[in-house]
Design a protein around this ligand. Sequence first.
Ligand code: MG
Length: 457
Amino acid sequence: MTDIPEYEPIFGTNGIRGIPNKDLTVEFAQEIGKAIGTYYGKVSVAMGRDTRDTGNMIFNAVTSGMMSSGANVIDLGILPTPAVQYYCKSKEIFGVVITASHNPPQFNGIKCIASDGTELRREDEEKIERIYYEKSFEAVSWEEAGTLKSDPTSVDLYLDGILSHVDVKKIREKQFRVLVDSGNGASYFTTPALLRKLGCKVVSLNAFPDGKFTSRTSEPRPENLKDLLSLMKNGAFSLGVAHDGDADRAVFIDEKGNFIDGDKTLCLVVRSVIKPGSKVVTPISSSDAIDEICHDGKAQLIRTKVGAPLVSRTMIDNMAMIGGEENGGIIFGEHQYCRDGAMTVALILNLMAVGGKKISELISSLPQFFIHKISVERKKDWKSLEPSIISYAESNSKDRSDGLKIYLSDGWVLMRPSGTEPIIRVYGQSRDEKRARELALEYEALILGLQEGPSAE
Ligand code: MG
């Protein structure tokens, strides 16, 4: 038998992430660029980036590596990740996005897109990792070195793609007033442009690129959206929208100023799309509301581990038309198999226009489940903490397919180390909002206590 060496993974659950000039150096970025270029071959590669200050630096390093392997780079500039993915799908070419999604501004990342517009499968990322570790880079002759050009058509291509899936006339008739918080990320010009095409009266917040995210933290959670929430309270808008840094996620605020949990948006879209026999894909972190919706709609629900690329690939493998996560990442297969914040905005407006209902009315018609999420700093290896948590909840049934999910009579708790940040995410879920919070707090306290104590390693 041939010995196949085991390599330390470089790609996480959603691409490579790190802090530039610390653990994501330009030397590394250039070499991973060479490895990506070697794997892709002498073909055209679309590249985009979010608004982070280090975007150009990492973009140039990755690009020079890819071009040295013969790849011809199409620079799409600052663009939401799903717009780059849509370009790749439409042109049937590979892509790379320089983004750290919702991570704090000091981070950046590298994400590879397959020619169907979806993130590369894990086995293909492993092939790139192998090329990187074995340094088996393709170095072409000077005559074959890749070229660099731009393509300004990518924005219209993307927006027209989204518009083709909704009833534009009906939405335009409603003249919705929409307040959008782009959070200084890549959607600062795309989502307002989409809304104008949908006949909305648009007011923008933080709609300028700022790679330090000085206006608000990039993750669209209620505690980071204070300006948007307070402006929505004045009752002048039909809908509030916020994106993360690369705009593959969208969260909403109702017309009264209430934050809508991403889990509820997912349920709303799923309920509107499914027919008997449909398949729906979501990770184990989404609430039990989606089970009820699929049961009522006679659709089959497939649960996966956490990670949007895995949800997308599972959807493709099962020919599922709808899927997504509880964090505002919705995957509408008819459009493309990846999370898409702007597509989600258009789908929600479509539901409001076609149903003739306010967003709060649509949300209140859903099965009531609540998720309370807490991020705990990870100071110890997750594997060293897990046995103590298991013995703490000895009598409860558990799912260990991704992190640790503990079922209680009135809800569940999920704990898992993040694939992109040094944190442990704790989710409490229940039909009762207070109980969901209690559950998350109970297990947060347990993890904090265990991390203070001596290591079991
Ligand atoms: Mg993102």
